[in-house]
Design a protein around this ligand. Structure first.
Ligand SMILES: Nc1ncnc2c1ncn2[C@@H]1O[C@H](COP(=O)(O)OP(=O)(O)OP(=O)(O)O)[C@@H](O)[C@H]1O
Length: 272
């Protein structure tokens, strides 16, 4: 067995071990006092949060507060660098793990810029991870995507609009449809935790409502959601719990109801 096979097997064993996933409401993600940097710029300072199984958790805050940096730290993207603290998923430390290993463990990130492939069809965009895997394996880089993929039928039940447009090029979709496609592509990996970075950005109010409905449906189907939004009012509509971040630290933690009733926090940190 090669080194990479051994690593893949280790990941599989831990990923398929469901013994510690039984209690609804248990924390599945714990971000414990992290400090994160871009080069020498110190962005996140002693930031802690947790996400409970089955909830929609929202991370709110002004422009530049550190919300995207938090999601990127969890997904272990190339930047930022987490220099202190720990991130645990189902009790296993994932800080500094390779991005694809974090994905294999069940965390999917839909980035703010959506990254739709404009020249691929809707169907090809949804299945792009399989294309990447096949190509990487041909090139000799053995990427393991051992998570069971979500069946297309289940995906199209959440996003019927996409099923009507399977052969349409990604670049010709409306903004709302592109957002749905980006979410559908992440959901195809059957994540336990779906992280959405500003899913409502640039969308008209009625389109926001259909994305909201999709997010609620995704949670009903059993996927936990961590949502970053500048549109605090829309986020509070769907979220069970909220964190407010300011200058790289958490300044509020509570239910959406508590945040709605906390005028001082809303006005001071969210401007609403
Ligand atoms: N690649 C980078 N290199 C250096 N600094 C960065 C980089 N990306 C973000 N920053 C800085 O980190 C801080 C936090 O940015 P972040 O994107 O996390 O904020 P945010 O809360 O998501 O807000 P926004 O809605 O504007 O994205 C900002 O001051 C930003 O300028």
């Amino acid at each position: 067995m090669s080194q990479s096979d051994e690593t893949a097997t280790e990941v599989d064993r831990e990923t398929t071990d469901t013994s510690d996933r039984s209690t609804v409401g248990q924390s599945i993600l714990e971000v414990d006092a992290i400090d994160a940097y871009y080069g020498e710029s110190h962005i996140l300072r002693d930031l802690s949060l947790h996400v409970e199984e089955g909830e929609i958790c929202a991370l709110l805050g002004r422009n530049g507060a550190g919300k995207t940096t938090t999601l990127r730290s969890i997904a272990s993207t190339a930047e930022p660098e987490v220099r202190a603290g720990q991130i645990r998923f189902y009790g296993h430390e994932i800080t500094h793990m390779a991005t694809e290993d974090v994905a294999v463990r069940g965390i999917s990130l839909v980035p703010e810029e959506r990254r739709i492939f404009p020249d691929l069809t809707v169907e090809e965009n949804i299945h792009v991870a399989e294309v990447v895997r096949n190509r990487s394996n041909v090139l000799g880089r053995n990427i393991s995507f051992d998570r069971e993929q979500m069946p297309d039928e289940d995906l199209y039940e959440v996003f019927p609009r996409l099923e009507e447009r399977l052969s349409q090029k990604g670049g010709t979709l409306s903004g709302g449809e592109q957002q749905m496609l980006a979410i559908a592509r992440a959901l195809k990996q059957n994540p336990d935790l779906l992280m959405l970075d500003e899913p409502y950005e640039g969308l008209a109010p009625q389109i926001i409502q259909s994305v909201e409905a999709a997010i609620e449906r995704i949670r009903e189907d059993g996927t936990t959601v961590l949502l970053v939004e500048q549109n605090a009012v829309a986020a509070m509509n769907v979220a069970d719990r909220c964190y407010v971040v300011d200058q790289g630290s958490v300044v509020f933690e509570g239910t959406a109801e508590e945040l709605r009733n906390d005028e001082e926090t809303r006005q001071r940190y969210l401007g609403v």
